[in-house]
Design a protein around this ligand. Structure first.
Ligand SMILES: *Cc1c(COP(=O)(O)O)cnc(C)c1O
Length: 468
């Protein structure tokens, strides 16, 4: 084992960090120092491999691009003062934008009173948020369990389904190919990607995957399991697969899955960690299909882009398995006052500004523009697809997608790959994005696609991204 550097002093490290935190702005020299320090720390203490994956490093020369502050709801600044249009949206965190003043204000007010709960007295914001979510969520979804991430919200959903169905002798879960539900051992059992799963096999028993959007394949698998005595406890789906590449199922798919669940007494768990909170043009994507799940998973944008929070919302019928013993599943920080304050402000902002409708309008504008780009460059772009502001741009291959993302980054527009793959690039800006910025993104995308027609110089491409 390599020895740690003897010169490291924890107090000095922390003091230096606090100085950076307290600095309102940077000189050019300071920005150079901060960038070097950040690169060095990632290399030595985080994980050197990240430096190869980040376009911010591979595209920005010696010092990489290091983020410094949000400059508006839709843009952020690096330490050098370069401003980026955020069309990555933190993979769906920033639905109400960066540093939304309404969210910041709620969090600051709560911060001044009590940031974390005593764990003994009742914490009022938890009750307020649960009540608000009951009002917001579709149908008979009623009780909320709070956690700190999307993965945890899925984990809680799986445990809830297990606790509910174990007395009924049902243990099987069915998820979809291309699914992403998180990476803890339980959630990973529902996630479909081999590269994430293989080193951790065997995962939870009783998980099956079927093609997404194919109701016949789902029916067949459910009946085959039931016929073998492996009763289906729950079907777990994203209404639209986000990480899997913005995969949109046929219009009647979710409704048919809901009917199938009712027919065989399986629960429907919808993972709206990415599609929820207005992203697809409705508050929840399942509203497009006019159905409700038995268990709804939320996170990402729920915290208003300021605090991490996950929520697992279930019907009383299902949630009541936790009534006998509320300690069956708990987490210390879940539903803490700061996170609840952020979520309450985010929900209020989404509703007051009708951001789901904004997502629909802006999303259609972007999608129309990208579709016409795809039509003009069929040799580069296979398809533009999306719903609201969850948009995928499918390229002919991984390298084209990667070069597109890299060239967009060079022009200071952030876009996202999917599941470590660049064949489909995701565009999911804050729902606050203006039509003007959308137009700017479209012009930039047009410029970039034109440059992709030119042959590539070997040195400018980092095609090191692993594929599928
Ligand atoms: C991001 C995501 C998760 C995992 O959320 P984390 O907060 O990263 O744990 C789970 N499900 C879906 C659909 C997601 O997009």
């Amino acid at each position: 084992m390599k020895a740690k550097s003897q010169t490291l002093d924890a107090a000095a490290c922390a003091r230096q960090a606090l100085e950076w935190i307290e600095k309102p702005s940077l000189s050019f020299e300071e920005s150079t120092l901060l960038n070097q320090d950040t690169l060095q720390s990632f290399k030595e203490y985080v994980n050197p491999a990240f430096l190869e994956y980040r376009k911010s490093v591979t595209t920005s020369g010696d010092y990489g691009a290091v983020e410094w502050r949000a400059s508006s709801l839709n843009t952020l600044l690096d330490t050098r003062g370069n401003e980026y249009i955020d069309c990555l949206g933190g993979f769906g965190i920033f639905n109400v934008g960066h540093r939304n003043p309404a969210v910041i204000s709620a969090v600051e007010h709560q911060l001044a009173k009590q940031p974390l709960h005593s764990q003994e007295l009742l914490d009022p914001l938890r009750g307020m948020l649960a009540k608000t979510l009951c009002a917001l969520a579709p149908g008979s979804l009623k009780y909320s369990f709070f956690s700190n991430s999307g993965t945890e919200s899925v984990e809680a959903a799986l445990k809830l389904a297990k606790a509910y169905q174990s007395t009924r002798g049902k243990y099987t879960f069915i998820a979809a190919h291309g699914a992403f539900h998180g990476k803890t051992l339980g959630a990973l059992s529902a996630t479909a990607k081999a590269a994430f799963r293989r080193p951790f096999m065997p995962l939870l028993p009783g998980f099956h995957h079927v093609p997404f959007g194919d109701i016949e394949a789902m029916r067949e698998r459910v009946f085959r399991c039931n016929n073998r005595g492996e009763g289906v406890a729950a079907i777990v789906l994203e209404p639209i697969q986000g990480e899997g590449g913005v995969n949109i199922p046929p219009d009647d798919y979710l409704r048919a899955v809901r009917q199938l669940c009712d027919e065989v007494g399986a629960l429907l768990i919808l993972d709206e960690v990415q599609t929820g909170m207005g992203r697809t043009g409705r508050m929840f994507a399942c509203e497009h299909a006019g159905i409700q799940p038995d268990i709804l998973c939320l996170a990402k944008a729920l915290g208003g882009g300021v605090m991490p929070i996950g929520a697992t919302i279930a019907t009383e019928e299902v949630f009541s398995v936790m009534f006998d013993n509320p300690f069956l599943h708990t987490t210390t920080f879940g539903g803490n006052p700061l996170a609840c304050a952020a979520a309450l402000a985010a929900i209020n902002y989404l509703l007051e500004h009708d951001l789901p409708r904004q997502a629909m309008v802006q999303g259609q504008f972007l999608l129309d523009g990208l579709k016409s780009l795809a039509a003009r460059y069929p040799d580069i772009i296979v398809e533009a697809r999306g719903k609201g502001l969850l948009i995928g741009l499918a390229f002919v291959n991984n390298e084209m997608g990667y070069r597109f993302a890299q060239e967009m980054f060079r022009r200071q527009v952030l876009v996202a790959g999917t599941l470590n793959n660049a064949t489909t690039i995701r565009i999911e800006p804050p729902l606050t994005i203006t039509l003007e910025l959308c137009q700017q993104v479209l012009s930039t995308a047009g410029e970039v696609v034109e440059t992709l027609r030119k042959p590539v110089q070997a040195t400018t491409v980092n095609a090191a991204l692993p594929t599928g």
